[in-house]
Design a protein around this ligand. Structure first.
Ligand code: SAH
Length: 349
């Protein structure tokens, strides 16, 4: 893999700037991460150096499609990487905050049947530079709308805890270079216990989201196949330890599938699970989004709200998440580069 613009950490960049006055490192670093500038636009360094940087550190994302919906409040980017694989990023503008949903892998090996990325299979891990560049480009776009990107969620393509090292490298860059608060960074996992354990040892208290979807092993084995390897007991223990060490908010994602996991018994079982492991988790509810390879449909909006009320009745905090970008195939679980799901025209691969 070639070194790209956002690959080097500060020390590696210093090595690249060997022979330059020492203050150049600060200028280039803040040019890249504070001004969010391309090397050519870091105008306080000499032109020859800008040119040298631009050729030594090419960008890693080539834009294939940029699609806007929700009146301009949701932007989906489809990127091609240097080896031809494709990934997606989604920028979401809310009245009170701006969030970017990033990919951590091209494809995904976790094979959750209801997820478009899972249906497409795994291509490769992303590098730190490829993850960071998604955020920089989105932050630049947010700034062009006079907004500041402050939140990153690892809920795009891929399983972040299967690529923990690169994900952590990116987290450090968001925190240390861009200046984002760890409280505003969320890593979502299908429940890879070793990854959660590794994250527990990391210094920054980022938010952990676990894609639960079922509160018993039998159903979860079907919905989230990796559950066979890391069943609920192990997963809940890892979550409880994360919470104990970090004191950060833990959330469970629950994609509501009609008559599969949206019944009263499912809500009760989830509440019991939270109680058993004394997990003050927050449950995010979202109706399952349609994907080509999964026949079952999402719960109706009415059922979603009823399920929320049931959980609240059992003492579990739950929020119904607004569904962004459905019309541009940018909604949760719909990211599958080059495979449009609904409105989009067929693209050549
Ligand atoms: N691999 C990570 C992060 C990517 S998916 C994880 O599993 O957490 C982000 C979220 O979207 C997960 O909670 C995932 O289960 C959910 N999701 C996947 N397919 C979906 C679909 N079709 N409808 C709604 N949510 C979906």
């Amino acid at each position: 893999m070639t070194t790209t613009l956002y690959t080097p950490d500060r020390d590696e960049l210093a090595a690249l700037l060997d022979g330059e006055p020492r203050y150049r490192l600060d200028q280039v670093w803040s040019g890249l991460y504070t001004q969010l500038a391309a090397p050519a636009d870091i105008t306080n360094v000499p032109k020859a150096l800008r040119e040298r940087l631009a050729s030594a550190l090419p960008t890693s994302l080539r834009q294939v499609v940029r699609r806007v919906s929700d009146g301009g409040d949701t932007v989906k980017y489809l990127w091609e990487l240097d080896d031809g694989s494709r990934i997606e990023t989604v920028l979401m503008i809310y009245p009170d905050r701006v969030t970017v949903c990033v990919s951590s892998q091209a494809g995904c090996a976790m094979a959750c049947g209801f997820c478009a990325t899972g249906q497409a299979g795994f291509t490769r891990h992303l590098t730190v530079g490829e993850i960071v560049e998604q955020v920089v480009v989105a932050a630049r776009d947010a700034r062009a709308m006079d907004r500041r990107l402050a939140n990153v969620v690892f809920m795009g393509m891929g399983e972040p805890m299967a690529n923990e090292n690169a994900v952590w490298g990116a987290v450090e860059r968001f925190h240390g270079a861009i200046g984002m608060s760890a409280r505003h960074l969320t890593i979502s996992t299908v429940g890879l216990v070793p990854g959660i354990r590794k994250l527990t040892e990391r210094p920054l208290p980022v938010n952990l989201a676990v894609s639960l979807h079922a509160a018993n092993d039998e159903l979860r084995d079907q919905l989230v196949p990796i559950n066979k390897r890391y069943p609920l007991n192990q997963l809940m223990e890892a979550c409880a330890d994360y919470l104990a060490v970090k004191g950060r908010r833990l959330s469970f994602e629950w994609a509501l599938i009609a008559d599969v996991n949206d019944r009263g018994a499912d809500a009760k079982e989830l509440a019991r699970l939270c109680r058993r492991f004394q997990l003050p988790a927050h449950v995010n509810l979202i109706p399952l989004n349609p994907t080509p390879g999964y026949p079952t449909v999402g719960s109706t909006p009415k059922r979603v709200h009823e399920f929320r009320d049931l959980l609240e009745g059992f003492g579990v905090n739950a929020t119904v998440r607004r569904n962004r970008g459905t019309d541009i195939d940018a909604a949760c679980g719909q990211l599958a580069a080059g495979q449009p799901v609904t409105l989009s025209p067929k693209r050549a691969n």
